[in-house]
Design a protein around this ligand. Sequence first.
Ligand code: AP5
Length: 218
Amino acid sequence: MHRLVISMKLVIFGPPSAGKGTQAQRLSHQYGIPQVSTGDLLRKAVADKTPLGLKVKSYLDQGKLGPDNLIVQLIKERVSKPDCKNGYLLDGFPRTMGQAKELEKMTDIDLVLNIVVDFEVLVERAVGRRTCPKCSAVYHVKFNPPMNEGICEKCGSQLIQRDDDKEETVRNRLKVYQEQTEPLIEYYRRKGKLVDIDGSGGIDAVFGRMVSMVDKLK
Ligand code: AP5
């Protein structure tokens, strides 16, 4: 498959279950830059029972945001790794104004892709999501099922349902998003860095819309 390597720093923005991770994995392949997902990094820390994982577990379980200082430190460490030298795709960061200001001190972002989806659609996407605990691939029981039910197509692991994908927790995550994260849309829009991406329709259609925006950066 065609793989184009160029240098860019992108943010994939949007409410819980908008499709950030799904699209970030595809964009990462398309442009040859790594996906940096705070959600994946935090879930791994929890699974590995690292000191960070022990501190953030209760936040994830309740659908609340982890403390800014811990999250910013996590991102700084991740983007200083060699695979990020040609840029990266931030998925799930920044999520508060404090995180956005810290990011600004660290680097210049080229573009924020804001996925726009109706809230009721989000609940259906979250509740039907299945993920691979090993390689973080994302599926959906109805919209994007794996070839063999319950098995990751990429690495053969047994798929799981995330603990925070219960309907009640999803609704709480949506509330937290509205209160703490949504204000960043206007912040980046005023800076002329944000484009809205219609997140309705299938995964391929959304991906096409994203690529047409990112390609304008070249
Ligand atoms: P995180 O993992 O980032 O969760 P999130 O933002 O709630 O996003 P999701 O992973 O739920 O969804 P997504 O937008 O990636 O959608 P996906 O592609 O999977 O964070 C989890 C927790 O970690 C937070 O609650 C918080 O506690 C903590 N945290 C993380 N970052 C933090 C930060 N910066 N600060 C503080 N705390 C932080 O798609 C969803 C489903 O829909 C899938 O099943 C997929 O197959 C399907 N789908 C995708 N696109 C489509 C489509 N176009 N049509 C149909 N189905 C689709």
